[in-house]
Design a protein around this ligand. Sequence first.
Ligand code: DX5
Ligand code: ZN
Length: 214
Amino acid sequence: MEIKISPSVLAADFANLESELKKCENAEMIHFDVMDGHFVPNISIGIPVIAAMDKVCDKLFDVHLMISHPKKYVKAIADAGASIITFHEECDDDTNETIDEILACGCRAGLAIKPNTPADKVYPYLDKLSMVLVMTVEPGFGGQSFMESTMPKITQIREKSPQIDIQVDGGINAETIKTASRAGANVFVAGTAVFRSENPQNTINELKENAKSI
Ligand code: DX5
Ligand code: ZN
């Protein structure tokens, strides 16, 4: 599987987003966390920020919706520049309808599950999905510790679908990336590890090497 690194903007310096994204030239995509203060107890960035960043960054945008009603925002997020739109299985909208809306808007669809949601919740949708996101922390905040207890779910999903992208998000660093890669993940979100490091470009390379080294 191709290893992909998706630096999470949530840990970037919001006063200098353009230059922060320029430090990620060697990343495969950029991860945007959208929160509504309802699905998760936090509010982050939204559609106008994604649209502004799309004007100054050519990277593929990987948008993670931590919101209760993703379906009605899909079109606006696609128009803002998203290539992959991921929403949560635990949200209040119908999963099939939301995936169909993402595909109708010309984006790839991802489905996320929180640490306590079993892997089989994503199985009915695997044929339509490009990516499954197995959260390795409770969604809502950056800088939390990686939950190794989520690893068996990755292995279960990988057995069901050898080709699908499996993304992990939360507490990914040079060490935990090896554990997640060994379990079968191939797309790695990293916020703190990348943007709070001295040299994000070197960190991205190190993450890639460690993910491949297993
Ligand atoms: C958490 C977000 C993550 C977050 C990861 O709810 O989904 O994308 O930015 O941050 P780190 O890599 O610092 O754990
Ligand atoms: Zn995220």
